[in-house]
Design a protein around this ligand. Structure first.
Ligand code: TYC
Length: 102
C-alpha cells in the first residue's frame, strides 16, 4: 500500500436543505372614513376571526395605523388582498389592504 489514506478518511455527505415557500404578510391600513364595524366584518368574513379577535385587530389598526392580519402563501395572500379591496370598493369605503414578503 502507498500509505495515502487521506481521501478515505474524509466523508462528505450532501443533504438537501428543506425548501420552504416564501410567506407573505397581509396588512390592513387605517383610514379616517371606513366604519369600525365594516372592518370587523371583513376580518370575520375573509380571515376567519371571531368577533372578539376581529374587534381587537381592528382597534390595533385604528390606533397604530397598520397591523398584520395574517401570513399566507403568495397565492392565498393575493386572493385575500383582492377580496378585501373589492369588498371595500363595492361598499365605497377607502379601506386599504396590502401584502409584503415576510
Ligand atoms: N379609523 C376608522 C374609524 O375611526 C376605523 C378603521 C379601523 C379604519 C381599521 C380602517 O383598517 C382600518 N372609523
Amino acid at each position: 500500500k502507498d500509505g495515502n489514506d487521506q481521501d478515505a478518511s474524509v466523508i462528505t455527505k450532501t443533504r438537501a436543505k428543506t425548501q420552504r415557500p416564501p410567506l407573505y404578510k397581509v396588512l390592513l391600513l387605517n383610514d379616517d372614513y371606513t366604519p369600525m364595524e365594516f372592518v370587523v366584518h371583513i376580518l370575520e368574513r375573509f380571515f376567519g376571526m371571531t368577533h372578539a379577535q376581529a374587534f381587537e385587530i381592528m382597534l390595533t389598526v385604528h390606533k397604530k395605523g397598520v397591523a398584520v392580519v395574517g401570513v399566507f402563501s403568495f397565492e392565498v395572500a393575493e386572493t385575500k388582498v383582492a377580496q378585501v379591496m373589492d369588498f371595500a370598493r363595492r361598499h365605497q369605503h377607502p379601506l386599504q389592504c396590502t401584502m409584503e414578503k415576510e
